[in-house]
Design a protein around this ligand. Structure first.
Ligand code: NDP
Length: 405
């Protein structure tokens, strides 16, 4: 059907490449490009061994628009799947515009020198993509991504109006390391040390970061994983969902953290290792968080001995035909099963599979449009079917549990 070019050969890039190869009737040609070409070659070697499919590889600096645009013009893919880092979103979008190629990513743009992520930078590309007749799909991993799709599905099939959404993200896995992050450490730590925000009655409400004694948390009983302490956190999908889910009065995002993780992070934070400004060290400038990243385990290698489940879903409260209705849509993903299938842990898997499915929706013309879209603006039905087929089956149940008021 179409040629796709994947950018980024980390934990998520590995999953996207293998899942595209598993669907070679849709992705008839696959190119994997990243900063370090040898990482692409390693993945291509595994894909050849597992599925007998040839993947072309390339080294590219995605911060460099002319270099990337030249690669896109030479390869002429139908679309780019961007699973490099959020820092590259805008340069990759610029290169896509120049080479006239559709675009999809899994995380919104973040400037390197500011731990601040929001969609405004990418939404500003609306007219540029529209004028070129191109489609850009933003945030098509799990959260953002599948969580937005769950919201669109609930809105379409279960509710006249959704009043509250609570997104609950639990990683109950054990990787055996004293401290590690499940995706890029720099991005992960910038995200979880931020001031927390949730949206209520038309405005953003701030609460203390998760490392603060006064942060907001509660125990939630996750399917299959059991009771886990869940912390209020700001997460990017809320920014678009408040615009696109009609009648919404409140949206919150919760993530589980173990006491061990929080204690490690508190110490690192207290001693300045999570700083993102430059400091002088032995005659050169270094950024402490980047140095810390170099010391921590590579998230792409965590899968080897990872056991346990990741459980992510959304609890909805709203109305249908005048009746109050509470629903919970969720997926349970097993770390060891992911490793057996694609040599990745569940966090990379739950991000890479939806990115591949989103690309499939675009290649098949099920998702069609000109401009920039968040995934809840697109039809969820076929995407939900593909989740079941491609390794991320979901459940929908009436919600009987308790949430903080
Ligand atoms: P990794 O750090 O494992 O991989 C990132 C890859 O991008 C590496 O191969 C890296 O190359 C490459 N890269 C970095 N800079 C450049 C550049 N300038 N040019 C070309 N390639 C570059 O990250 P993950 O795989 O864990 O995460 C990938 C993306 O997925 C991130 O944006 C992350 O935020 C997002 N994500 C989204 C989730 C969701 O649910 N929506 C959940 C988890 C992650 P090199 O090897 O040379 O460093």
């Amino acid at each position: 059907m179409a040629k796709v070019l994947i950018i980024g050969a980390g934990g998520v890039g590995n999953v996207v490449a293998k899942k595209c190869a598993q669907n070679s009737d849709v992705f008839t040609e696959i190119v994997l490009a990243s900063r370090t070409k040898s990482k692409c070659d390693d993945i291509a070697g595994e894909v050849k061994k597992l599925y007998g499919i040839n993947i072309k590889t390339a080294g590219v600096d995605a911060d460099n628009v002319p270099e990337l645009a030249a690669l896109l013009k030479a390869e002429k893919p139908f679309m780019v799947i961007n699973v490099a880092l959020p820092y590259q979103d805008l340069t990759i979008m610029d290169a896509c515009l120049e080479a006239e190629v559709h675009y999809l990513d899994t995380a919104n743009y973040e400037p390197k020198d500011e731990a601040h992520f929001e969609y405004s930078w990418q939404w500003a590309y609306q007219d540029k993509f529209r004028e070129k007749g191109l489609m850009a799909v933003l945030g098509c991993g799990f959260d953002p991504g599948v969580t937005n799709i769950f919201c669109a599905y609930a809105q379409k099939h279960f509710y006249d109006s959704i009043k509250t959404i609570d997104i609950l993200d639990c990683n109950a896995g054990d990787h055996g390391h004293p401290f590690a992050t499940n995706f890029n450490p720099e991005i992960n730590i910038r995200e979880v040390t931020q001031v927390v925000r949730h949206w209520e009655k038309g405005k953003w409400v701030e609460t203390p970061p998760i490392l603060n004694e006064d942060c907001v948390h509660f125990p939630f009983d996750y399917p299959e994983a059991g009771v886990k302490e869940s912390y209020l956190l700001y997460h990017e999908e809320m920014e678009s969902l408040v615009n696109n889910i009609k009648g919404l009065e409140r949206i919150r995002f919760w993530m589980t953290f173990s006491e061990n993780y929080i204690n490690h992070l508190k110490v690192l934070d207290n001693i300045g290792m999570t700083r993102i400004d430059e400091v002088q060290f032995e005659g050169q400038k270094i950024i402490p968080l980047q140095f810390l990243k170099a010391l921590l385990p590579d998230p792409g290698t965590l899968g080897t001995n990872y056991t346990g489940k990741a459980v992510i879903g959304c609890v909805f409260n709203g109305e249908k035909a005048g009746e109050n209705l509470r629903k919970y849509i969720y997926n349970v993903c097993d770390h060891a099963e992911c490793y057996e299938e694609v040599q990745a842990q569940a966090v990379s898997y739950t991000t890479g599979v939806p990115a591949m499915i989103g690309a499939m929706m675009m290649v098949k013309g099920i998702w069609k449009g000109e401009g920039v879209y968040n995934v809840e603006q697109l039809d969820p039905d076929k995407f939900m079917d593909e989740l079941n087929r491609c390794g991320l089956p979901w459940q929908v149940v009436d919600f009987e549990g308790e949430l903080p008021a």
